[in-house]
Structures are given as C-alpha cells and as structure tokens.
Design a protein around this ligand. Structure first.
Ligand code: DX5
Ligand code: ZN
Length: 219
C-alpha cells in the first residue's frame, strides 16, 4: 500500500501559503503536517493556533499537528477547535503521557506520540494499544532541512518488528531529512506515513518535487 505523504508546511512560502496549499491539493495530497514550536521544548518558534484556524478555512485537507511544546495538555482543546485531525505530542514533553493520550482521544481526534532520536521505543511499550501513530523523529526536532540520522533505520526496524509481532494498529511516521533519494528505502522498512518539508517546497517547484518523490515510490 502507498504511504501517506504529509508535506510539512514549515518549508512553505509563508507570504503565500494559500498558493502552495492549492498546488499540494492538485497533486493528490490529502493531509498536511503542521509543526508547532514553543521556543522552549525546541529552540525555534512556529505556527500558532490562529494561523492553523486561518489555514483551516482554505482547505479540506487533513491537519496532522506536530506539537513540539512543553506541557501540551492545556492547549489540546484549542488545537482541536482550530481544525486538528491528528495531534502528535512528544513523549519527552509529557510527564503524564497516559493522561495526555486520554485527553486527546476525548476530543475525537487521532493521537500520535513522537520520539526524539535519543528516546527509546521502549518508553511506549505499555501505550501501543492506545495510540494511532508513532512518529519516529529522524532529525532533532526544531528545524527543516537537516540531515537524516542513519541510525534511526535500526529504530524503525525495531518498531516494525514489535508492530508485526503483536499486530498493533498504529501507523509509523517519520519526520526529518526525507527526500526523493532516501524515501523508497525508508518506506520499505515498513513506514506508512512520511513527513517531507524542504524536499517538497525547495526552489518553489512543489509539483516537480512531488512528482520526483512519487516516482521514487512508484506511486
Ligand atoms: C522538524 C519538523 C519537521 C520539518 C521537516 O522539527 O518536525 O516537520 O519540517 O523538514 P525536512 O523534511 O526539511 O527535514
Ligand atoms: Zn514535524
């Protein structure tokens, strides 16, 4: 089955985001990845609730919200209200992760848990049944355009092994450093959802870049 391609609009043209979104829609994209950064959990600041609400008004695409913020619980309701379809929080940012998962589910959106490169998948061992998505960060979160961390392939293999062994339902998403050159290899490991930022928006050639990615995946 083809993986979901989730363009990260962190690399879109912020002066004309509507144009970029329409190009994505025309090229078979059905979901966009929106990075929220608080300048605290990660050393960068991006996308606030009102910006997400404004984008919700111009597209029907699914919103995959990646919260790189400390203590996300107090904002979940507002992100749902702004148009989230999925909310992913970082395990490292949630001292009471079970409670956070329950809170997100209460609002009827899907829930993902992100792991920084140094965080072991073992931290999710007792949560796998509760969640819809595991996001394996393949760069340190905070910025687009970084290099894929090769060791994360072993982490992905370990996660796929567990998913298959216990027949879990969660999807496996990767985020960071994915391009037409490595996407096929990564999807073949068992990844079902791929976030791609700079490689989709680079040189303002979204259509061409996407076609190259689809062709690498034989989609
Ligand atoms: C990084 C963000 C990513 C970022 C990926 O912290 O979570 O979503 O936009 O960008 P690329 O694909 O350029 O590595
Ligand atoms: Zn992201």
């Amino acid at each position: 089955m083809n993986p979901t391609i989730n363009p990260s609009i962190l690399s879109a043209n912020f002066c004309n985001i509507e144009k970029d979104i329409k190009i994505l829609e025309k090229n078979s994209i059905t979901s966009i990845h929106i990075d929220v950064m608080d300048g605290n959990f990660v050393p960068n600041i991006a996308f606030g609730i009102d910006q997400i609400r404004a984008i919700r008004e111009i597209t029907e695409m699914k919103f995959d919200i990646h919260l790189m913020i400390n203590d996300p619980d107090k904002f979940i309701e507002r992100f749902v209200d702004a148009g989230a379809d999925n909310i992913t929080v970082h395990a490292e940012a949630c001292p009471h992760l079970y409670r956070t998962i329950e809170l997100i589910k209460k609002y009827g959106v899907s829930v993902g848990i992100a792991l920084n490169p140094a965080t072991s998948i073992e931290s999710l061992r007792y949560l796998y049944k509760l969640i819809d998505k595991v996001l394996i960060m393949t760069v340190e979160p905070g910025f687009g355009g970084q290099n894929f961390i090769e060791e994360m392939k072993n982490k992905l293999k370990d996660l796929v092994t567990i998913k298959e062994k216990y027949n879990y339902n969660f999807s496996i998403q990767v985020d960071g450093g994915i391009s037409k050159d490595n996407v096929e290899e990564i999807v073949k490991l068992g990844v079902t959802d791929v976030v791609i930022g700079s490689s989709i928006f680079k040189n303002n050639e979204i259509e061409k870049n996407l076609k190259e990615i689809y062709s690498a995946l034989k989609m």
